[in-house]
Each structure stands twice: as structure tokens, then as C-alpha cells.
Design a protein around this ligand. Structure first.
Ligand SMILES: *Cc1c(COP(=O)(O)O)cnc(C)c1O
Length: 393
């Protein structure tokens, strides 16, 4: 089977050839340490600062507000732990949502073991945070609101502008995990009143192991990695120059192509959603129908195990992902699907397909065809489906 249809771009993406080309010289030719003083290193230093400038411009921020990190998880950890530490005299309460990435949720759970209190706000059936609950959760001791920009499983885009307003009104810092949104939808940290923002290279056709934290200049936080003076004394460690260059180039291309790419992906996304929902009974779309990432499709199929679908799709050369964490050795269904109100069995029968600009109409039609066949085949072997049919005959 030589044909590969990669529909797992929320998990990671292919490095753009232009990004790879831009990175190459910084491995073999311009390998100087940007912190060194001699002329040879100044090229590396300039490359780092150029990338920082590109990222800042893209976010509507200042270059001095961009910190390079080892990825999205590190940025989330840094943002939340550093705010907790810096503001612990003002309060010990953090507000987040039930559908955050584990990099946020597990960090909050860690802080709960260290004297902090966390409110996990509910989302509605489309995965949109309940703003009334968010407001009601605010206490005099609330120091941070951390709500993701867009969800990695169901693609729902959160009302970030409203959250920014609420946070600012109450003098609470606002962090957003924008790993899935960055490079896909417009973000302006000033307009949206965001104080801290995380993004990651490998989700935007850049390299793995590089990310950024946007940190508003007026917010004073401590160092996250202690050591050298890199990143204004806040994130020690020799700069990952090729990674940073790659992140900058991926941002530049992302910014240039965003509008066209989104329109292209939305058309295919909707073709895929409609194709499946029209032909497969007992299936439903998870996530908001329109306030949704351009490349995300997430559908639940009753009477089916998502894992079985993944294996059968893989046999057809289709890379996809499911709504449960069985692959990681646990049988827990996704916390995101449970939070939007799916019962366990429906959460288990979910399929996530995330497109890219390389996805074609032919790919989409092939995948619809395969999904129809696979669902029929799995249901024909399902005693639950058999019972259902007997009861509804
Ligand atoms: C992928 C992802 C992360 C983690 O980013 P890494 O760079 O892989 O550490 C965090 N949050 C969201 C929403 C993600 O999709």
C-alpha cells in the first residue's frame, strides 16, 4: 500500500520544504552560539532575533514579548506555574476549562497538590466554554484564567475576546493555549487582551521541539529554566537556532497563506463532514458546526469502537485519530468528548480527521467511501447494533 492519506495534522504536521531549507545552514554553516561575542556568531544571533520579530508581528506583539521554548507543553507549564508563583501573595485560585490539553490540565492538577485551587469550567454541547459559569467562578483570590484558543480534539474555537475582556475587567491574567489556532486563524494579542499565549512549531509545518510563549511586557514573571542568561534571563539554555529559524519561517508562510488555506480546508472539511453524515446513520458531528478550526472533523459513530476504525483505516493508508486514549494504554474515553456530554460508549466510537492544504478532494471522497464501508462492517459484527436493529425492526 503506497498511498498515504495523512489526516492527523492536529497531532503533528509535515515540515514545509521551505522551512527545512531555511533551517539547514544553521546546522552546518552558521552553527555559532548566538550568545558568543565574535562575528561568526552574529549570524546566528540575527537569525534568532529575525524569527522573534516575525512571530511578534504575526501576533500583534513586541519582539521583547516573545520567548522561545521547547514546545507547546513547556510554554503551557511555564505560563501557569510562573503566574502561580509570581502571584501567590495575591491569591491561590486559577480558572480553566474542562477541555484543555493535558499540558494545561495536568499542570493545574499539579498546582492543586501545592496549595492552589482550580475551577474547571464546563463547556456546552458544542464545546464552547460557559461564560456565565466562568464569570461566576471568579473570586477575589483568582490570579489566572487559562482557556485554550481552539480545541485540539473537536476543533471548537473559544470566545477568546470575551474571556480577555472578563479577565481584564477583574485584573486577572489571561493565558491561552493557542497551539491549534496559531497559523490557522487570525490572532492579535492586543485586540483580544491576551497576557500569555502558547504556540508550537510542529503543529504549523515547523520542526518539533520548538515553541513560543508570548508574555506581555507589563507582566513580570520569574525564570522557568534556570541557568544562563538566554531569553532575558527567563529561559536558560543555548538557543535551538535551527528550530527557532524553522518556527519563524513556518510563521511567515503561515501568515501569508492563512486566508487561502483556510478557505480551501473549510471546503474540504465540510465535504467530508457532509459526506459522512449523509451516508452513515447514527453518526454525529462533535464540536461547533461553524466556530470551528478550518481543518478539523470529529464524528462519533454509535455501536463502534474508534480504535477498530483506526486499524481498518490504517489498512487503507489513512492516518486518523480517535476519541479515546486506548492507544496510550488507558481505556478512558476523551475528557473533551465527555465534557460535551457524550456518554462513554459514544465517546469511544469517535474519529478525528484533521486536514492540511495537501489534502485533495479525491482523498476526501476516498475516506468517505472507506468510512461508510468500515462502519457497515464493524456494525455487522456488533451485538449491540444487532440488538438495536431487532428492537427497532
Ligand atoms: C499539541 C498540543 C500541545 C503540546 O504541544 P507540544 O509542542 O507537542 O508540546 C498543547 N496544546 C495543544 C492544544 C496541542 O494541540
Amino acid at each position: 500500500m503506497s498511498r498515504l492519506i495523512y489526516l492527523d495534522n492536529a497531532a503533528t504536521t509535515k515540515v514545509y520544504p521551505e522551512v527545512f531549507e531555511a533551517m539547514k545552514p544553521y546546522f552546518t554553516e552558521c552553527y555559532g552560539n548566538p550568545s558568543s561575542v565574535y562575528g561568526f556568531a552574529s549570524k546566528s544571533k540575527k537569525a534568532v532575533e529575525d524569527a522573534r520579530e516575525t512571530v511578534a508581528k504575526f501576533l500583534g506583539a513586541k519582539a521583547s514579548e516573545i520567548y522561545f521554548t521547547g514546545g507547546g507543553s513547556e510554554s503551557d507549564n511555564w505560563a501557569i506555574k510562573a503566574v502561580a508563583e509570581a502571584r501567590k501573595d495575591q491569591g491561590n485560585h486559577i480558572i480553566t476549562s474542562k477541555i484543555e490539553h493535558h499540558a494545561v490540565l495536568h499542570t493545574c492538577e499539579y498546582l492543586e497538590k501545592h496549595g492552589f485551587e482550580v475551577t474547571y469550567v464546563d463547556v456546552d454541547e458544542n464545546g464552547v466554554i460557559r461564560l456565565d459559569e466562568l464569570k461566576a467562578a471568579i473570586r477575589p483570590t483568582t490570579i489566572l484564567i487559562s482557556v485554550m484558543f481552539a480545541n485540539n480534539e473537536i476543533g471548537t474555537i473559544e470566545p477568546v475576546k470575551e474571556i480577555g475582556e472578563i479577565a481584564r475587567e477583574h485584573g486577572i491574567l489571561f493565558h491561552t493555549d493557542a497551539v491549534q489556532a496559531y497559523g490557522h486563524i487570525p490572532i492579535n494579542v492586543e485586540e483580544l487582551q491576551i497576557d500569555l499565549l502558547s504556540a508550537s512549531g510542529h503543529k504549523i509545518n515547523g520542526p518539533k521541539g520548538i515553541g513560543i510563549l508570548y508574555l506581555r511586557n507589563s507582566v513580570k514573571l520569574g525564570a522557568f529554566i534556570h541557568g544562563g542568561a538566554q531569553e532575558r534571563n527567563r529561559r536558560a539554555g543555548t538557543h535551538n537556532v535551527p528550530g527557532i529559524v524553522g518556527f519563524g519561517k513556518a510563521t511567515e508562510i503561515g501568515a501569508e497563506t492563512m486566508e487561502k488555506r483556510a478557505a480551501y480546508e473549510i471546503a474540504l472539511r465540510d465535504r467530508l463532514i457532509e459526506g459522512i453524515l449523509e451516508r452513515v446513520p447514527h453518526a454525529r458531528l462533535n464540536g461547533h458546526r461553524t466556530e470551528r478550526l478550518p481543518n478539523n472533523v470529529n464524528i462519533s459513530f454509535e455501536f463502534i469502537e474508534g480504535e477498530s476504525m483506526l486499524i481498518l483505516l490504517d489498512q487503507q493508508g489513512v492516518c486518523a485519530s480517535s476519541g479515546s486514549a486506548c492507544t496510550s494504554g488507558s481505556l478512558d474515553p476523551s475528557h473533551v468528548l465527555l465534557a460535551i456530554g457524550l456518554p462513554h460508549e459514544k465517546a469511544h466510537g469517535s474519529l478525528r480527521l484533521t486536514l492540511s492544504e495537501e489534502t485533495t478532494r479525491e482523498d476526501v471522497d476516498f475516506v468517505v467511501e472507506q468510512v461508510v464501508k468500515i462502519v457497515e462492517r464493524l456494525r455487522s459484527m456488533s451485538p449491540l447494533y444487532d440488538d438495536y436493529c431487532k428492537n427497532h425492526a
